[in-house]
Design a binder for this molecule. Structure first.
Ligand SMILES: Cc1ncc(COP(=O)(O)O)c(C=O)c1O
Length: 368
């Protein structure tokens, strides 16, 4: 198996720890271990007592129990913990796909959601989100993309990079279509619980039936990317077992301190999600004023969920613009070309505390 470079991650590798103003991050503001431990009395003592031997391969029972509470109908033994969502994507694709299988992917998207399938020798069709349709997906198009050998449909809503949130009706329709054709629905839900209106939240795919696989993570809405804890939740025991068997070849089990901290964090997940959402909403207001002021330079569509959006730059080539911006002003945006997207878009992130500062640096750059 040969995998080409992960363009987004390589772009971040160049700048993420050198650029001073990160204005394209998809994770929300994080915190220290001390701040996390402060959520619960006695937790510091318990953390110091954490045993550092191997942990249970599927994830500690306590952690799986907390994760299962995110869902309506999932039990702890239907949760498989991984090192981040990234490992879960990798192992899911390896576990279910054979060369010659067909996969449909919500596009543009996080590269691993299609690249791993391609490297296995699968055919990949893009189910394309278009700016002139408010980044919405067309169900008729999905119907036409399905082939006899379609094994998986991949969706990501709330969506990276556009912030698009599928309607409940469309989501049900996608699930029904997948189920009626015996296709697996791999639902990347890493931005779930960051909907601006709580009523807009979609059911998790794993709660809808046996064909649904939900992907979750501590990194985004909960702001704890450094824990590297992600998971898959599914009622499909066969798929679960196949993935579990492959995990023996990647990480075997998860980091014990991370599992402890993730368990603690999930006991307070509403508080953590509120904290992120509060920041997102304040930053979004600032961004809206900014984009109104610079409407001749940017085309902006307000997302419905999550800490990222995908505006279009009008005029200059977006790669050149992002390079000039990071090299002269230290502000990091992410050109849409890292998604292989041909439009002149860039990803902007607004889940961090220093957004006002980063944005004012961008503004000074524009006024130069
Ligand atoms: C849609 C999507 N899926 C999966 C991931 C991987 O998450 P993690 O880096 O926490 O493993 C990301 C990270 O940016 C993402 O945006």
């Amino acid at each position: 198996m040969k995998l080409p470079p992960f363009k987004l991650e390589r772009y971040f590798a160049r700048y993420e720890f050198t650029a001073k103003y990160l204005l394209s991050s998809s994770d929300c503001e994080s915190m220290t271990i001390q701040e996390l431990l402060a959520l619960e009395d006695g937790s510091s003592e318990r953390f110091f007592e954490q045993w550092l031997g191997y942990t249970e391969s599927p994830g500690s029972p306590l952690l799986r129990q907390e994760i299962s509470r995110i869902y309506e109908t999932i039990s702890p033994d239907q949760v498989l913990v991984h090192s981040g969502a990234e490992e879960a994507i990798f192992l899911f694709m390896q576990a279910v796909l054979e060369p010659g299988d067909h996969l449909i992917v919500h596009w543009p998207c996080y590269q691993s959601l299609f690249e791993i399938a391609q490297s296995i020798g699968c055919q990949v069709s893009r189910w394309e989100a278009r700016e002139d349709h408010h980044w919405e997906l067309d169900l008729d198009e999905l119907g036409k993309l399905i082939k006899p050998n379609t094994r998986v449909i991949v969706i990501n809503t709330p969506h990276n990079p556009t912030g698009y949130l599928m309607s409940k009706a469309d989501y049900q329709a996608v699930h029904q279509l997948a189920e009626s054709r015996g296709i697996l629905l791999f639902s990347d839900e890493v931005y779930r619980e960051s909907e601006y209106l709580p009523d807009d939240r979609l059911s998790a795919a794993c709660d809808l039936g046996n064909q649904g696989i939900s992907l979750g993570v501590m990194s985004k809405t909960y702001g704890l990317a450094g824990l590297r804890i992600g998971w898959i939740a599914t009622k499909n025991g066969d798929i679960y077992q196949k993935i579990a068997r492959l995990k023996d070849y990647t990480t075997i089990c998860n980091s014990a301190p991370s599992e402890f901290l993730a368990t603690l964090a999930l006991r307070h997940r509403a508080k953590l999600a509120d904290r992120s959402l509060g920041l997102i909403k304040v930053n979004l207001k600032i961004l809206e004023v900014f984009f109104l002021r610079y409407q001749e330079l940017f085309s902006w569509q307000r997302p419905k969920a999550g800490p990222i959006a995908f505006p279009r730059l009008i005029g200059e080539n977006v790669e050149r613009f992002c390079d000039r911006l990071v090299n002269t002003a230290g502000v990091l945006l992410l050109p849409g070309s890292v998604y292989g997207h041909p439009g002149n878009h860039f990803r902007i992130g607004f889940g961090r505390k220093n957004l006002p500062d980063s944005l004012s640096r961008l503004e000074s750059f524009l006024q130069r």
